[in-house]
Write a protein that binds this ligand. Structure first.
Ligand code: SF4
Length: 209
């Protein structure tokens, strides 16, 4: 790492989502340190698996990791209260995790902060921006905000190549339920399309005979 690089505390939601931001931020001249604080991830075994995945990779790429607080009670008292109101729930969830990012940054002398949350197109980009902006302004920190979403497919391919564990829901129990419903809806849609195609073929064959 160059002596002129700028230290940056990077909140990471998981290993796969950290790949491209770390690479791109390093290319820009930042020296990222990961901050892990994700009390939203349920169940606890899933949380531990995602953390272990991140730590294994971080060790391979010489990336320091700070494990911050995991206040599950605070998450239940804020984000969980919004239930299936996605925007309200995610706003509270981002606020909790990114407040810990800013807290640790101040405590450890970082001036620049960012988050890997914005790699995934499934996250609420503008809500996340709003939350981090408010927190950094209040704490006198510099928000390094980048739109990492165009690198989501690279992250998907790269994490598969590395054999990383890849989850299929954001993290909380609500997101697990929402993801299951969405998968079923997509499957039903595919079935409907298949049936419609078959019906069209049968009708065409009937006309020809
Ligand atoms: S969907 Fe993701 S960001 Fe939103 S509350 Fe659940 S874990 Fe947090």
């Amino acid at each position: 790492m160059s002596s002129s690089s700028t230290p940056l505390l990077l909140h990471a939601c998981c290993g796969p989502c950290s790949l491209e931001p770390v690479h791109l931020l390093r290319e820009e001249g930042f020296e990222p340190t990961i901050l892990w604080s994700n009390p939203n991830i349920q169940p606890a075994a899933e949380h531990d698996l995602r953390l272990a995945t991140l730590l294994t990779w971080a060790d391979q790429v010489d990336l320091p990791v700070i494990v911050g607080s995991c206040d599950r009670t605070a998450w239940e008292k804020s984000a969980a209260l919004a239930g299936f109101n996605r925007e309200q729930r995610c706003r509270a969830c981002y606020a909790l995790r990114l407040a810990e990012l800013c807290h640790v940054a101040k405590e450890r002398g970082f001036t620049h902060v960012s988050t890997t949350l914005v790699v995934s197109p499934y996250q609420l980009f503008d809500v996340c921006h709003d939350v981090l902006e408010r927190l950094t302004v209040a704490q006198g920190l510099t928000m390094v905000w980048r739109d990492f979403r165009p690198w989501y497919s690279e992250a998907t391919v790269h994490s598969r190549e590395l054999g990383m564990y890849r989850q299929n829901y954001c993290g909380c129990r609500f997101s697990a339920a929402e993801a299951t419903v969405e998968r079923h809806e997509r499957r039903d849609e595919r079935r409907r399309e298949k049936l419609a195609k078959r019906r069209t073929t049968m009708e065409a064959e009937h006309v020809i005979r």
